[in-house]
Write a protein that binds this ligand. Structure first.
Ligand code: ZN
Length: 291
């Protein structure tokens, strides 16, 4: 995020903070405490791209969240979303793609503090060791996690999730066989290699235009417990169907996460939920695409 943008966001965040605090207190008092789901990609100190967050920023973000939220698993989040009321705000930590650098400091920090985390990996990269296509396009080549690393993470309680085989834009995939391979067979291959079940699916990029209703159906039919997007948005108790979980991208400066986490009234108003029933495509996006 460029410095000027960070400054404007910081001014906006601090200027609207009193309003946010009042809204949060009212929501909690009414049993409408929100449930937030964040996602990061790569935690490393080389500032290599927009989806890399420094170890220091990540550690501060986790500390900030820990002081304000119950940090829970996706399964616990779904339970709270399906519940009738909630008095304590909750947040989830997830990662997408599967960058090897995350094993250096970020994941050990979460494991040490016993913070639940769901770690979505792209099966093709993990199984072949090939760098991610979106990095190769930029001339970058970061190592994906190995199966050995993922088995170790799972042994420490990290939930491994599926993030397709080749990280395509599923919004543009119309061929049923291709879609099935990306959503279901890739999950099965990963599950067999790790010798453990995989319960959650993450759409690559995660904005409205990258989602696909048929993929949601396949995921549900194939026994996934949930599928996550990344166009933002808050969950509240009382939602009848918590299969689709909306996440917020937390890559970048801490103020971006704080802005999301303190219930940005602008985003709350602007973001439209992706409807699984309505067959009309909704092209709305909120912010930069996640990976
Ligand atoms: Zn991704």
């Amino acid at each position: 995020m460029p410095n000027w943008k960070r400054w404007i966001l910081s001014l906006y965040y601090h200027g609207t903070l009193p309003l946010r605090m009042v809204r949060r207190a009212q929501a909690v008092a009414a049993g409408r405490a929100p449930i937030l789901i964040f996602t990061w990609h790569r935690i490393a100190d080389d500032a290599a791209n927009a989806w890399t967050t420094s170890n220091d920023t990540f550690a501060r973000a986790i500390g900030w969240l820990e002081r304000r939220f119950d940090l829970v698993s996706l399964a616990e989040a779904q339970e709270r979303i399906r519940g009738e009321s909630l008095k304590r705000p909750a947040a989830c930590v997830t990662f997408d793609d599967g960058y090897a650098e995350n094993c250096q400091q970020a994941l050990p920090l979460l494991i040490r503090r016993r913070i639940p985390v769901t770690y979505f990996v792209t099966a093709g990269s993990v199984l072949t060791g090939e760098a991610f296509a979106h990095d190769r396009q930029l001339g970058q080549s970061f190592a994906p996690n190995t199966l050995k690393q993922l088995r170790e993470l799972a042994a420490f309680g990290v939930e491994i999730g599926a993030h397709t085989r080749s990280h395509p834009n599923l919004g543009q995939v119309r061929d049923e066989a291709t879609l099935y391979d990306e959503v279901v067979t890739a999950r099965d291959d990963l599950s067999a290699a790790l010798e453990q079940p995989i319960r959650y699916f993450a759409f690559p990029f995660g904005q409205h235009e990258h989602l696909n209703r048929r993929a949601f159906e396949m995921a549900r039919d194939a026994g996934y417990e949930g599928a996550v997007s990344a166009y933002g948005g808050y969950h509240y108790p009382g939602e009848s169907d918590a299969f689709h979980l909306q996440r917020m991208c937390a890559d970048g400066p801490l103020v971006k996460l704080k802005n999301w986490a303190s219930f940005d009234p602008w985003k709350d108003w602007k973001i439209q939920s992706y409807s699984l029933a309505d067959r009309t495509e909704v092209p709305a996006t909120a912010g930069a695409a996640s990976l």
